[in-house]
Design a protein around this ligand. Sequence first.
Ligand code: HSE
Length: 423
Amino acid sequence: MKEVNVAILGMGTVGGGIYQLIEQEGRNIEEKEGIRLKVKKTLALDYSVDVPEEKKARDISEIIEDPEIQIVAEVMGGIKPAKDFEMMALRAGKTVVSANKDMISQNWPDLEAAAKEGGVGHYFEAAVGGAIPILRAVQDSMQANTITEVYGIVNGTTNYILTMMDERGLDFDEALREAQELGYAEANPTSDIDGLDARYKLSILASLCFNARVPVDKIPCEGISKLARMDIEIGKELGYVVKLLAIGKRDEDGAIEARVAPTMIPKDHALANIKGSFNAVFIEGSAVGEMMWYGKGAGDLPTASALVSDMIYSVKAGEPRYASFDNRYDAQGVRFNDNGLTEYYIRLMVKDEPGVLSQIAGVFGDNHVSIRSVLQKPAEKGGLAPLIIVTHEAHEKDLQKAVAEMSSVEAVHGELHCIRVEQ
Ligand code: HSE
């Protein structure tokens, strides 16, 4: 039996989950893997579970300087001091497992350099999709594929809110309040609802899928707070469900397009049926075709499951695993496509008068945007009617130009509501 001493940094929900899971499943892991995981030290200000006093470290040096500790799990979150602690542990030759998607996605090259310096691995399965073993699947089970597309529902908070808006007809604010009351959304929900959490996750996931560094700042990001219930309802009539998708695509020339945005998808697509706070990742690979993974993207034991799996993986892997692409900040040779082709749903509020439709169609036509279908709803109280245009695939820049020009059409009032459509 191989004994492996572990330290946990941060003993909130996830840290407590790791502690509990090792207690609960320790015997099982010993039998299956021949590894005895022992939590030797923890470091935290607050503890979500009871931990004996002798396992509570006074400071980080007590962990870094302990030669018996082989693995450090960092689940404190945030950038400071989490980055410093991970770097110290890696340089000291300790494997680091982490769920810290924002810190890792923005500091991956530094962390990897520190891991190489220490001759150890840095693993972060829990950072994307929580319990879903998607990074391992991409790295260890799909090597014989060129991955061309990845679509993820990787934020449970927003998926819960969108599910409530869709199924119960709630407004965004009502659904957010309910998500907060139930503990799905945090008191400050910005990172989730603005799509930032999903963007960090996509940066990591797309980099591994496409074997090229996809930095966070190359990913345009739009959240869900401006989504109107009306668009979700009209989308439904048209056969679509709105999801906050983290999307990565690689075209035949190798150019990468990545974005996080509310997106309409056909209601019979597998991702349309991912409800509540669940996560899912859908991948198109050259050999496997379409694949999908589904599961809990957050929570104590689900997230801990991925972290403990990384611990075991690190012990069993002969060599530490590093990115097989150029993972420097100034990685050369990666091309990004900022003018991708997508279909669009556009809602305009218009005066219901003769000639209006032809003016609007003219603006789209002048900008090479082809219309697939048009739907007009009855005029509302102010006399304005919702006019819905669904386009064929259009280049992003053409669409943006058409949208900008639409403000000069006198019959169009207020903002356009524009949602991407993926078939
Ligand atoms: N806040 C995230 C979510 C979980 O709602 O999915 C942690 O990334």
